[in-house]
Design a protein around this ligand. Structure first.
Ligand code: HAM
Length: 422
């Protein structure tokens, strides 16, 4: 019986793993330099956490959530996103007591039952940032800066930052009324989802992916015209801060975001060249979410990006930042005594951090040198039965051909390899 991988998932094979490790460690580095610390939450949570936070009318809850009932009849979901779990953990672990400014980042798999295509998977990996504890627009700009500076550092050029303000709960009520007035006469031409969402969440209609619905909403009212004074001022300061950091942006009133928890700033980072799935990352403020999941009223802002799309973008710009590792040395062994005597030695070199290749199935000198060349190792460590008896090894620089005899015990071989010389 042969098995295939589930649709919408993929294996990260060794040749790809190097790239993943490189981007992950580079993300950890930038997050760390802004003072963010890693948080890891389970990949499943009670389903209600997502229903309440993402919103009953969101695509994520209505169509994409992997829901399951456990053996005791409890309803869980594989996490479709990372913000609600982080907030759940923040509230449950009273992280607000430790500090009134909490800076968290996370990396991990998320799950959405989406239609798979380039850049869209059913299991995908997100990196995310959540800042909890202040409504100061400084933090909106800081969070956006983390993403933009990082992507620029990685070498990406065709980036576009699009921002919007979706207002607070009080100014969004007037906007919802205006949207209903706009969409009401169009209802017969809109899809079934849009019709279902019209009463409860009219702004979801701005997010519908059906082409005929998209075409009809061109002249829909803009949230920016319905912001109250405080929200308007907040948004203006975010824009000012971005300008003072030389981060270019475009205001796009069409950004509504697919999840319900957003307030005020909402943003997306677009990478042209990715086709339909061109949103590399997205996020925004969620000032009401912590209270909504049982905590105090504490403002917050964050974003998440998809590693798959990021790697596609890097590939698209031919940015090659992770090399396949080549061995420091290849151990060539001749004779039975040498083979059994060399194992502890090999371990000692590896424990000292050297990457040493060895193949016990190759016995001739010729075959072992050929294998050493194929791995592109810098050195060959040659040990035969006579070397074992004499307590020596031959170290050969495979690039220059130089060779010398060194004691088997002691750190000289190690030192020569680390210094790159014979
Ligand atoms: P989101 O816009 O749903 O936001 O997802 C963020 C990013 O995850 C997207 O821009 C995309 O790169 C990636 N992504 C989403 N779905 C898929 C998929 N099916 N396949 C591959 N990549 C995907 C959130 O998840 C929010 N939690 C972001 C946030 C954090 N807001 C505040 N804090």
């Amino acid at each position: 019986m042969k098995y295939s991988i589930p649709r919408g998932t993929y294996d990260i094979l060794p040749a790809e793993s190097y790239k993943w490790q490189a981007v992950i460690s580079s993300f950890r580095k930038i997050a760390g330099s802004f003072g963010y610390e890693e948080i890891t939450t389970p990949i499943f949570e009670v389903a209600e956490l997502f229903e309440r936070s993402s919103g009953e009318s969101s695509d994520v809850v209505q169509k994409e959530m992997y829901r399951f009932t456990d053996r005791k009849g409890r309803e869980f979901a594989l996490r479709p996103e990372g913000t609600a779990p982080v907030v759940r953990s923040y509230v449950e672990n009273h992280l607000d007591v430790l500090s009134n400014r909490t800076k968290l980042y996370y990396i991990g798999p998320m799950f959405r039952y989406d239609r798979p295509q380039a850049g869209r998977f059913r299991q995908f990996y997100q990196y995310g940032i959540e800042f909890i504890g202040s409504d100061n627009p400084y933090y909106d700009a800081e969070v956006i800066a983390i993403e933009m500076l990082w992507l620029k550092d990685l070498g990406l050029k065709n980036l576009r930052l699009e921002i919007n303000s979706v207002g607070c709960s009080s100014c969004s009520a007037d906007y919802d009324t205006a949207l209903r007035e706009f969409f009401r006469p169009l209802l017969p031409q809109l899809c079934a989802d849009c019709n279902n969402r019209f009463d409860k969440k009219p702004r979801r209609l701005l997010d519908c992916k059906v082409p005929s619905c998209k075409a009809l909403r061109g002249s829909a009212p803009s949230q920016l015209d319905y912001l109250d004074e405080a929200c308007k001022a907040h948004f203006a300061i975010v824009c000012e801060h971005l300008e003072s950091m030389n981060i270019p942006y475009t205001i796009n009133p069409g950004i509504v975001r697919g999840l319900d928890y957003y307030t005020n700033t909402a943003f997306e980072v677009i990478y042209e060249g990715l086709g339909a799935q061109n949103s590399l990352a997205g996020g925004g403020r969620y000032n009401g979410l912590i209270e909504q999941v049982g905590g105090k009223s504490i403002p917050a802002i964050g974003f998440a990006g998809g590693f798959e799309r990021l790697l596609l973008a890097l590939e698209h710009e031919k940015i090659n930042f992770a090399e396949h590792k080549t061995p420091d040395a290849y151990l060539i062994c001749l004779g039975d005594k040498a083979r059994s005597g060399v194992m502890a030695y090999l371990n000692a070199l590896r424990q000292n951090g050297l990457y040493v290749e060895y193949d016990p199935d190759k016995s001739s000198l010729k075959a072992q040198f050929k294998a050493a060349d194929a791995t592109n190792a810098r050195f060959a460590i040659i040990i035969g039965d006579s070397e074992i008896e004499a307590g020596t090894v031959n170290l050969k620089n495979l690039k220059t051909g130089e060779q010398q005899s060194l004691p088997l015990d002691g750190g000289e071989v190690l030192l020569h390899i680390v210094q790159g010389q014979v």
